[in-house]
Design a protein around this ligand. Structure first.
Ligand code: ADP
Length: 172
C-alpha cells in the first residue's frame, strides 16, 4: 500500500496512557487521532453491552469497513486496547505502552473500575498480553514496547515516535 504518511497503532492495557499519548502525538505530528471506542460510539458500530466486562461490544467488521479508506490515506494514530483484528497492512508502527503494576493499579482505581475488571487488567499487564498479541499480529521490527509510568516517559515517547514519523515520511 502506498501512502505518504505512516499509520501508527498505539496499544496496551487500559490505563497505560494510550489516549493521552495519542492526543499529544496527534498535536506533535498533525496526524488524526482515532480512539476506536469513541469512533465506534460516534458511528454507532456497537452490538450491545458486555455485562461481565462492563463495556460496549464492538462490531469489528463494521469498524474495519468504516476505517478502510481513512487508513489508506495514511497519517492516522489509532488507539485501542487490542491489535489482533486489524489488517496487518494498515500499520507502519505498533507501539505497546507498558506501566508498572502499582502505578496502573492507582490509575484504574481512580477510574472507578470494579474489582473484577481491575484484577483482569492488572493480570493482562503482568503477563504482557498486549505485547504478545502485537508481536503475533505484526512483523517484529515494527512493534516497539515503551514504558509509560511518568509524564517524562510520555514526553519522551511522543518525541521518539514523532521523530520516527518524520523520517518515515521523508523516505516514503
Ligand atoms: N505516562 C504517564 N504518566 C503519568 N500519567 C499518565 C501517563 N499516561 C497516562 N497517564 C494518566 O493515566 C490515566 C489513564 O490514561 P489514558 O490515556 O486514559 O489511558 P488508556 O487510554 O490507555 O486507557 C489518565 O489520567 C492519564 O492522565
Amino acid at each position: 500500500m502506498s501512502r505518504s504518511k505512516p499509520n501508527i497503532l498505539i496499544t496496551g492495557t487500559p490505563g497505560t496512557g494510550k489516549s493521552t499519548t495519542a492526543v499529544a502525538l496527534s498535536e506533535a505530528t498533525g496526524f488524526r487521532h482515532i480512539n476506536i471506542g469513541d469512533f465506534a460510539k460516534e458511528k454507532n458500530l456497537h452490538e450491545g453491552w458486555d455485562d461481565k466486562l462492563q463495556c460496549h461490544i464492538l462490531n469489528e467488521d463494521l469498524v474495519l469497513d468504516e476505517l478502510e479508506d481513512i487508513m489508506g490515506g495514511g497519517g492516522n494514530i489509532v488507539d485501542h486496547h487490542g491489535s489482533d483484528w486489524f489488517p496487518e497492512r494498515w500499520f507502519d508502527r505498533v507501539v505497546v505502552l507498558q506501566t508498572e503494576n502499582s502505578i496502573l493499579y492507582d490509575r484504574l482505581t481512580k477510574r472507578g473500575y470494579s474489582s473484577a475488571k481491575l484484577e483482569n487488567n492488572l493480570q493482562c499487564e503482568i503477563f504482557d498480553i498486549l505485547l504478545e498479541e502485537a508481536k503475533e499480529s505484526y512483523k517484529k521490527e515494527i512493534v516497539v514496547a515503551m514504558k509509560s509510568n511518568t509524564v517524562d516517559d510520555m514526553n519522551s515517547n511522543v518525541a521518539t515516535i514523532t521523530e520516527w514519523a518524520r523520517s518515515w515520511s521523508s523516505t516514503n
